[in-house]
Write a protein that binds this ligand. Sequence first.
Ligand SMILES: [Zn+2]
Length: 200
Amino acid sequence: MGYYPASLTGLIENLSKLPGIGFKTAERLAMHILKMPYNEASYFSDSIMEVKKKVGFCSECFSLSDNEICSICADPLRHDSTLCITEQPADMIVIEKAGAFKGLYHILGGALSPIDGITPSDIKIKELVDRINKNKITEVIIATNTNAEGESTADYIANILKSKDVKLSRIASGIPVGGELKYIDQITLKKAMDARYAIE
Ligand SMILES: [Zn+2]
């Protein structure tokens, strides 16, 4: 690493800490930053600090927000009687991008994982129950991941909510669009069979 000036070495080291960025990519990005006009580089570094200073969690749904209440929770056109539960803000963003849902979200901030010491009190389950008790929620869609942690989180939530007067559902999982059966793993195939629907 003695090839570069110390400041450039520092930038390369910091960039290589980012997920998916290896040392060579970090070198390339650092060289790109070095060549940026001063204003552009300044805007770039300011935007990192801006995110750190401003972005927090919505006090209703716990997705990322610059304000106390996020833009989705504040939107009067959203159906406020339907909640979609996801593990992370990124999951919510994927559903939003797909335009697949017009209700409100509840972000758990993780999934139950006894091995990693993540228990119900570590994710926003109590807040979910409070929210359902306080508001007129008639339908809850559980959209946690379909891995072991996501499934056990979904089961746990379904168990808690079954005494409430809400329609509960779990997102379907199965064969991806464009997928070929011969490449699908057995668990996915079994789930697709279980979630089969009648052809009208
Ligand atoms: Zn919100």
